[in-house]
Design a protein around this ligand. Structure first.
Ligand SMILES: Cc1cc2nc3c(=O)[nH]c(=O)nc-3n(C[C@H](O)[C@H](O)[C@H](O)COP(=O)(O)O)c2cc1C
Length: 162
């Protein structure tokens, strides 16, 4: 794996089902930029309007993440499903892509994020229900605004019974 791969990991546990799935599909992920949502706890978007007036974000905690993301050509999401959706720190991260939405539609920047990215989404959930499609929908606006194209997704269901 090279530095043009960004891994967005969002289980609070290191030895998680999500980590096992990530390892099974992509190996040890050495060399990639690894963003751990539960360790970094990204600031939520406050809809303060800063990004409607100039490119960027009022909060600086994601500066390095944005830089790595813009250089990436591959993004891997790995997370457990929480309450039929994204775990809270991952939802906060996704909301922080609003700066690019405003860059495109208020500041008229085309494209708001340079480059294209292939995306892999790895999910786990406790129940036997297949919630993948509805969870993926929550990522769609962010994909659209940031040159992300879903290549494959994987869901491990029923981890409550393992
Ligand atoms: C706060 C919370 C909410 C959850 N919500 C769901 C849910 O809506 N549907 C589901 O099938 N499992 C749900 N689960 C179970 C997790 O998705 C499941 O245990 C998952 O495999 C944990 O992954 P991890 O070991 O990678 O952290 C929830 C677990 C937690 C802690």
């Amino acid at each position: 794996m090279d530095e043009k791969t960004v891994i967005i990991y969002a289980s609070p546990k290191a030895d998680s089902f999500t980590a096992k799935l990530l390892k099974e599909k992509f190996g040890d992920c050495k060399g990639a930029y690894f963003y751990n949502c539960f360790k970094a706890l990204p600031h939520p978007c406050f809809d303060c309007g800063f990004c409607k007036t100039k490119e960027g974000c009022a909060f600086s905690d994601l500066d390095k993440f944005y830089e790595k993301f813009e250089k990436a050509n591959r993004v891997i999401f790995a997370f457990p499903i929480y309450n039929c959706g994204l775990p809270a720190p991952l939802k906060a991260l996704v909301d922080r892509f609003q700066r690019f939405y405003n860059a495109r539609f208020v500041l008229n920047k085309r494209p708001p994020v340079k480059g294209e990215r292939e995306v892999f989404v790895l999910m786990t959930c406790g129940s036997e229900q297949d919630q993948a499609e509805s969870v993926l929908k929550q990522l769609t606006p962010m994909f659209t605004i940031s040159g992300c194209h879903l290549k494959e997704y994987y869901l491990i269901k029923g981890t409550d019974n393992i």
